[in-house]
Design a protein around this ligand. Sequence first.
Ligand code: PLP
Length: 367
Amino acid sequence: MSRPVPKPGILDIAPYTPGKSPVVEPGRKTYKLSANETPFGPSSRAKDAFATTVAHLEDYPEGTSKVLREALGHRFGLDPAQIICGAGSDEILNLIAHVYLGPGDEAISTAHGFLVYPIATQANGATNVVAPETNFTCNVDAILNCVTPRTKLVWLANPNNPTGTYLPSSEIKRLRAGLPEHVLLVLDAAYWDYVTKGDYDNGLELAKTTENTVATYTFSKVHGLAALRIGWMFGPAHIVDAMNRIRGPFNVSAPAMMAAVGAIEDTGHVEMSRTYTAKWIGILTEEITKLGIEVTPSVANFLLMHFPATGKTAADADAFLTRRGLVLRAVTNYGLPNSLRMTIGTEEANRLVIETLREFMASNSGQ
Ligand SMILES: *Cc1c(COP(=O)(O)O)cnc(C)c1O
């Protein structure tokens, strides 16, 4: 008997594994620190704007997310015509791949890059080429070394997930200058609001001044709207035009659009979250390092910890933490079997992680 067969390459793709749903001891409070969600939730302005849309759920949304593109344009000094919105930046990333990649093409991502990139690449029949990193940080020369006549696109999260590291503005410019002009550089700045470093930029400048660079953003992280699925991209008009030709006509829901408009108006909410997060990144990095667990310096709202090579493994730590209700993210599928990623949570959750890791390192577990 014959049956429908997926296109070549589809079944070679390993499905994306989201942050796991907690399995904890009965009676324990659970703290989900596995998906880089904000402990603060969205701004009340976002919630209020969302609520107003309940009265007209029977109506299709305006198809181009005009109200949100205009709000973003106003907030960041951008031409709304060069913005495209999507159901999460995931949709945007897939639209980009759909427009620019096909069989025979190569797209470069980095060793511990976001796993959505290889999936989007392979889903379009193209080949994912992996550039090595240095100290869990993207390496511009390594990326440039991967360029071949088949290279069409480079995926780069800045800061990167799950490593939490970033490249300074000068390195991103050096990357752009070193890539052939026909190669599209995709700068995914999902975590840019958290970065407090002076030598960082969020990609808008290159996206404004070149014909071959786009920058993507999300409302899922600092804005706390992950459930609504809303993200956006700024880029050259010719790229936005091509993407709009295949975008679903009503790809962004009205509640998501309106909540996002409310969210960007509340700069105070973002600032509060950014200050809190930077403070806790500092505290957690210091305290966890003291326990003998190596922590990669992070500029985002999560951090990557590496367990000792022998004895106490990440898997043991994960089980130990999970039993106490602390759900972190295993990153084995990112090629990091002995590391765990932790999202910055509430003060209570953060302190509990430190205490529990101290207990774990002092225990006989895993030895
Ligand atoms: C969370 C995240 C996104 C955002 O995804 P959405 O689809 O907008 O929720 C994009 N890129 C990276 C690297 C991320 O970690």
